[in-house]
Design a protein around this ligand. Structure first.
Ligand code: GLA
Length: 390
């Protein structure tokens, strides 16, 4: 599937710049099994990179300007690297400008380059196409100019670029885009950035994403609000239990004992966080033990929390998960990513995928008048150079 993408990108580059690219980079989107809205709350998450990627072709151009072409949008822009980098009105260019700014601010030396890119990661579906864009750009610039940047720092620079654009995101998306490994999920400690790989062996179940095909505009403002609400909640906990440094140190009983010290919204948010941190640990154990039934149950619980306590779901996502609960072929389902639209992640009994897809398509179209889309996912490698010969 990605072979065509690589060929198109390379051919486009050759036509636009009259030369063969020096480096071709692939940078993937991600799924997250469990641990939602937990990265910026210093807990654990369980994401994985997927086989949907952005393909970039790069070369140095021996000037101080860079020219970047987005094939899919049929747009391009130029940036003068000697001038101060400022936000632009064209949203997609900001992720790239952000990356250039972060590299410059952190003392990395590089000059002008030409770049062409094209993607098969659906945009606005919660699969982190922006993290793939940031990490792929950094990786490409590093390769072309022989910079030494560790994987972890690629992720951190990408995250800072995203903050510059306006979403105060955690580290999960960039980290998993860079560190992905075929058939492995990553258990990441978002506090220390220590991580370990676990086998993505879901036994008799396939992972299928249902794309609600909606993206409610609340996303950025609500996302940033959740971060603030959680910070407020943590500071209240710390006042009562000075030994607690982060949510992972706080038990449910401790939180319940100070419930009256905070407003109900703050309580709901942080109750979700504390329960979700514990669910990630239990889910990872269930996966290691091949207990996919338990893993699935935990996914349903996470959705309930995201919908009722963290309040980042929406009617479309709730309906998909409610319908999944009633379906004997689906063992677990929840909204995935930041919320307010995008995908649900589903564990479907192997052999039943087509029946399930037909049923959900029909039901979703009937209810919302919107076409549901499906992605069959393969867990794949992180940001890397393309090594296949064309
Ligand atoms: C977005 C952010 C991530 C993470 C998820 C929710 O994808 O970019 O950092 O917070 O939402 O888990």
């Amino acid at each position: 599937m990605n072979t065509t993408l690589i060929q198109t990108t390379t051919a486009f580059f050759e036509k636009a710049f009259g030369s063969t690219p020096e480096k071709v980079v692939l940078s993937p989107g991600r799924i997250n099994i469990i641990g939602e809205h937990i990265d910026y709350n210093d807990g654990y998450v369980l994401p994985a990179a997927i086989d949907k990627v952005i393909c970039f072709a790069f070369e140095k151009n021996n000037t101080t300007k860079s020219r970047i072409i987005a094939i899919d949008l049929n747009e391009e822009f130029e940036v003068d690297l000697t001038k101060k980098i400022l936000l632009s009105d064209v949203v997609w260019t900001n992720y790239i400008l952000g990356v250039i700014k972060q590299l410059q601010d952190n003392g990395f030396l590089f000059e002008g380059f030409n770049c062409v890119f094209s993607s098969n990661i659906p945009i606005g579906s919660g699969l982190s196409s922006s993290a793939a864009l940031e990490c792929g750009m950094i990786f490409g610039i590093k390769e072309v100019f022989d910079l030494t940047i560790e994987k972890k720092d690629i992720a951190l620079l990408g995250q800072k670029a995203e903050h510059w654009v306006g979403v105060n995101c955690g580290i999960m998306d960039q980290f998993s885009s860079v560190h992905g490994l075929e058939n492995k999920v990553i258990k990441l400690d978002c506090n220390t950035l220590e991580f370990e790989y676990h086998n993505a062996d879901f036994k008799d179940y396939s992972v299928v994403l249902f794309d609600s095909n909606v993206k409610h505009s609340l996303f950025t403002s609500e996302y940033n609000t959740r971060r603030n609400e959680c910070e407020e909640g943590l500071s209240i906990i710390k006042k009562h239990f000075p030994e607690i440094k982060s949510f992972r140190d706080c038990s449910e009983d401790q939180l319940l004992s100070i419930k009256d010290e905070m407003n109900t919204t703050i309580f709901k948010r942080i109750y979700y966080v504390i329960k979700e941190i514990s669910r990630v640990n239990r889910a990872c154990e269930a996966l290691d033990n091949g207990n996919i039934k338990l893993l699935g149950q935990l996914l349903f619980e996470t959705h309930e929390g995201l919908s009722k306590e963290y309040e980042v779901s929406c009617n479309e996502l709730d309906m998909l998960v409610d319908t999944a609960k009633e379906d004997n072929s689906i063992i677990g389902s929840r909204m995935m990513g930041g919320g307010f639209g995008g995908c649900t992640i589903n564990f479907i009994k192997k052999g039943h995928e087509n029946d399930v897809k037909n049923k959900f398509s029909f039901h979703y179209l009937n209810t919302f008048g919107i076409n549901l889309k499906f992605y069959d996912i393969k867990i794949s490698n992180g940001t890397q150079l393309n090594t296949t010969k064309n």
